[in-house]
Design a protein around this ligand. Structure first.
Ligand SMILES: Cc1cc2nc3c(=O)[nH]c(=O)nc-3n(C[C@H](O)[C@H](O)[C@H](O)COP(=O)(O)OP(=O)(O)OC[C@H]3O[C@@H](n4cnc5c(N)ncnc54)[C@H](O)[C@@H]3O)c2cc1C
Length: 358
């Protein structure tokens, strides 16, 4: 196989695996599909809160990437640098550093959790972005319960039993619901822990929960949580966090030993090493997600048009909708819309691209 005919996708998340599955086995002879991702599995983020609340096993949140590809090659590794001029990338793997050439490259490496939004967040709050985070939070919750069972200091017991969820979006609401149900059901195993020693609070700095959805659904979520004794505080901003408390903008202090952070994402650090045009830490792309000002004869050859392509993360910025649906819709649209309709882009172009090399 001529290595220069690699079609490489970086990132085995929603966008990367969806596109890989569309292309797998559909390429002409001489082309090889290579998917590179840090872990050997794809994470289904929307059900991470269920893993926190132990409604499901952590294994159920992930899907092995190897099983998603029949002919394509999967490499477990972290891409550390890309040279667009030479059309090569460098990747750290368990077997050392690997250098690969590509003919087409798709960047689908997603975002990272952002922990610098509130002083103390990085040091004291628990992020929820990976399956490891979910398992860690679940274990911390169990440890808190075990400690309360043994503590005699009433103030400390109250602090240990208070779980604060920062953020009232999808993840925050789901984590709070899962957590309160989980705590309710496991309390019977801790006979010295009373019901009123356990509290879950959600802090949302906006005027309502679930801004992504309609007001009616946001209100319904608030009522549902409140009915389960979750203290939902909308219009409440956390301004600093320590190991023992969250301080609010109005000066109030919530004693808590466990803060779960569901707010904020930041661009993947890899973006900075790409040598691509960057604005506010993100790669600048055209409406069709091709990288701005990158050399490439977009007007003539379809395959050459696909020289660089951003998928989910940049798409999010364009549409202000950081959801999995956007990520997976791109390859789906490629089938739905006829080739040549530029407005459907990435997307339509992903379709064109596939056709052009098959
Ligand atoms: C807790 C939580 C709940 C969510 N709930 C919902 C929901 O209910 N509905 C919804 O629509 N969306 C939800 N989302 C958002 C959704 O998960 C994202 O929009 C989606 O994952 C974005 O897809 P992606 O493919 O761009 O990135 P990701 O799915 O994050 O995938 C990126 C992949 O790239 C890999 N990677 C990163 N850097 C490198 C590198 N240098 N080299 C190699 N590989 C790399 C990562 O390991 C990862 O596998 C949720 C997110 C979270 C965190």
């Amino acid at each position: 196989m001529d290595e220069t005919r690699n079609i490489i996708i970086v990132g085995g998340g929603f966008a990367g695996t969806t596109l890989a599955q569309k292309l797998d086995g559909a390429l002409a002879a001489g082309y090889e599909l290579v998917l590179i991702s840090e872990e050997s599995y794809a994470t289904f983020h929307p059900i991470l809160p269920e893993a926190v609340g132990a409604s499901i096993f952590p294994e159920q949140v992930v899907a092995p990437i190897h099983q998603m590809l029949s002919r394509g090659r999967f490499i477990m590794g972290r891409v550390s640098a890309i040279d667009p001029a030479a059309k090569t990338l460098t990747c750290s793997t368990l077997a050392g550093e690997l250098r690969l050439s590509y003919e087409h490259l798709v960047l689908a490496f997603g975002n990272r959790a952002r922990l610098d939004l509130i002083p103390g967040l990085a040091e004291h709050a628990l992020p929820l972005k990976t399956v490891g985070d979910a398992v860690h939070i679940r274990n911390v919750v169990l440890r808190r319960m075990a400690q309360i069972e043994l503590e005699s200091d009433r103030g400390l017991r109250r602090r240990l039993g208070h779980f604060v969820v920062i953020g009232g979006g999808f993840s925050g609401v789901e984590v709070a619901g899962e957590l309160v149900d989980c705590l309710k059901s496991i309390r019977r195993y801790y006979p010295r822990v009373t019901a009123n020693e356990i509290r879950v609070t959600v802090l949302q700095d906006q005027h309502r929960l679930l801004l992504e959805l309609t007001e009616r659904l946001g209100t319904a979520a608030k009522h549902s949580l409140a009915a389960r004794s979750v203290d939902v505080r909308v219009g409440t901003k956390a301004v600093s966090i320590s190991a023992e408390a969250v301080t609010l903008a109005d000066g109030a202090v919530l004693q808590s030993a466990t803060m779960i952070c569901t707010i904020g994402t930041r661009p993947n650090a890899l973006v900075e090493n790409l040598g691509l045009p960057i604005e506010h830490g993100r790669v600048v792309v055209n409406g069709d997600l091709s990288v701005k000002d990158m050399p490439g004869p977009w007007r003539s050859g379809i395959a050459r048009r696909c020289r660089m392509r951003m998928t989910a993360s940049s798409r999010h910025r364009l549409h202000n909708s950081p959801c999995a649906k956007r990520a997976v819709s791109q390859p789906t649209w490629s089938r739905r819309f006829p080739a040549g309709r530029r407005k459907h882009l990435i997307i339509a172009r992903a379709g064109q691209w596939r056709r052009s090399v098959t």
